[in-house]
Write a protein of this length. Sequence first.
Length: 100
Amino acid sequence: MSKKKKHPIKERAPKRYCVLRQAGIEKINYKDIEILKLFITEKGKIIPRRISGLSARSQTRITTAIKQARNVALLSFSLGYVPQEESHETPSTTQYKDSK
């Protein structure tokens, strides 16, 4: 029988702390888009906890706040953050008339 090889001991990574607690953010509000868009990719997906470095409690609060902001139309479902334009102009119909 062959001897079992000993595997080298892996060093533990240093303990990570919640990013929001380090920044001093206590409450997460769905209206605060500047914080929420930090945890959304360009395609509109929510960044997972293992990448974002949040605690489990903070991750669930961020997730629910993002979903609330999407339902209120502060965030887009597909594009992530959509800036709100100040002008409410309707598209002109001249572009359709010229194409004939």
